[in-house]
Design a protein around this ligand. Structure first.
Ligand SMILES: *Cc1c(COP(=O)(O)O)cnc(C)c1O
Length: 387
């Protein structure tokens, strides 16, 4: 058995990030400033969008995206229930109602053939979630959006580095929200970015992210700054700091290498797990690039003596940390109670919720770490398989 605990989703931080943070700490300017400006610029060049707005989280990005597209009380926003809570929570914060559409089991992404049935006069936007880093069918989603006059706001928290038919995620929908939370493909500790080709939205998000002030503080306190500012609207406190951007600038430069390493590990897992009583992630759709954020297996629980939670605990006892992505939102207490959902309302999301398990997959894993994960999974299967 492995001697030390293998943490799930451990960040891969190097000397350059540390040096840049120290430089920022010594510079005398810690909050939103030139480093955020640089990170935004690098990021928009990377995804090929016209604008990028740095924020303190992806959740903040999703919220602001809904606000700048004019989502208001009693509007409806379509999304997948197979996601993290914030995707739907922000719809509620904007005053609108989340409308779930079930996922496809193979891709775990929104089933685009079911979207039209859920569109009403009040529907204003679709939030596709690129689950685990696998791009959604953006052609189908954009076509529906154009037909019904809806905005497309991508939840790309898992999908930095992904491509849909040769086009970067970040330049496929109207607004795309990325996360740099500690476990994501690249991290700033906490942080997020929204990309768009619409300058008015980008400006509005900048202003809303810092209280609704006409000018950011570093533009006021810098040499050429004017101290006087105007409060244009009651905004939020969603800005990214230069300390965060200092980490992000270097993480972004390493992203392609991170993705290569993730792909190597992914292939090793695929080669071994294909023979076990579980479902490995489906092959990548032709012409797309998967961001390899999560290696998510579906346990064949009908053939096991234990459920997924016990299985995960047994891996934990073998010193292997795992994640669960996700328990469908319609099964959570709040959503079940307020909207009256039953488990069978979204059968595929329910099916995945009971079987899904994400194994360690980060660029920092050594080959021995990967071997340990493989051994532990085989051992737990051996112990739990019905004979
Ligand atoms: C992590 C995550 C978010 C939230 O990102 P934060 O930066 O932590 O706000 C949103 N959606 C999905 C699918 C996520 O996994």
């Amino acid at each position: 058995m492995r001697k030390t605990f293998l943490t799930f989703g451990k960040p891969d931080i190097g000397k350059k990030e540390i040096a840049e943070v120290v430089g920022t700490l010594k510079s005398g300017w810690l909050s939103t400033g030139p480093k955020v400006g640089k990170f935004e610029n690098d990021f928009k060049n990377y995804v090929g969008s016209k604008y990028a707005v740095g924020l303190n989280s992806c959740t903040a990005g999703l919220h602001l995206a809904l606000l700048v597209t004019g989502i208001v009380k009693d509007d409806e926003v379509i999304t997948s229930p197979m996601t993290f809570g914030s995707t739907a929570n922000v719809i509620i914060h904007s005053g609108a109602k989340p409308i779930f559409v079930d996922v496809d089991i193979k891709t775990m992404n929104i089933d685009t053939s079911l979207i039209k049935k859920k569109i009403t006069k009040r529907t204003k936007a679709i939030i596709p979630v690129h689950m685990a880093g696998r791009p959604c069918d953006m052609e189908a989603i954009n076509k529906i959006a154009r037909e019904y006059g809806l905005y497309v706001i991508d939840d790309a928290a898992h999908a930095v580095g992904a491509k849909y038919k040769g086009r970067m995620i970040g330049n496929c929908g109207d607004l795309t929200c990325f996360s740099f939370y500690a476990t994501k493909n690249i991290t700033t500790g906490e942080g997020g970015m929204v990309t768009t080709n619409n300058g008015k939205w980008a400006d509005a998000m900048k202003i809303l992210s810092l209280h609704g002030l006409s000018r950011h503080a570093w533009q006021r306190y810098g040499k050429k700054g004017k101290n006087r500012y105007d409060l244009i609207m009651p905004g939020y406190k969603y800005n990214m700091m230069d300390i965060q951007a200092s980490i992000g600038i270097h993480q972004l430069r390493k992203l392609e290498d991170f993705l290569k390493r993730r792909e190597e590990i992914w292939k090793r897992y695929d080669n071994v797990f294909i023979d076990l009583p579980l479902k490995i992630p489906s092959p990548i759709e032709y012409g797309n690039k998967h961001a390899r954020h999560l290696y998510t297996i579906l346990l064949n629980i009908e053939r096991l003596k234990v459920n997924r939670d016990v299985f995960a605990q047994m891996l934990n006892d073998e010193n292997i940390g795992t994640g669960i992505h996700f328990i469908s939102l319609h099964l959570h207490r709040y959503y079940a109670k307020i909207y009256g959902y039953k488990p069978g309302d979204f059968p595929n999301a329910f099916y995945i919720s009971e079987r899904t398990l994400s194994l360690p997959l980060t660029s920092g894993l050594t080959n021995e770490d990967v071997t340990d994960v493989i051994k532990a999974v085989k051992k737990v299967i051996d112990k739990t398989i019905k004979k």
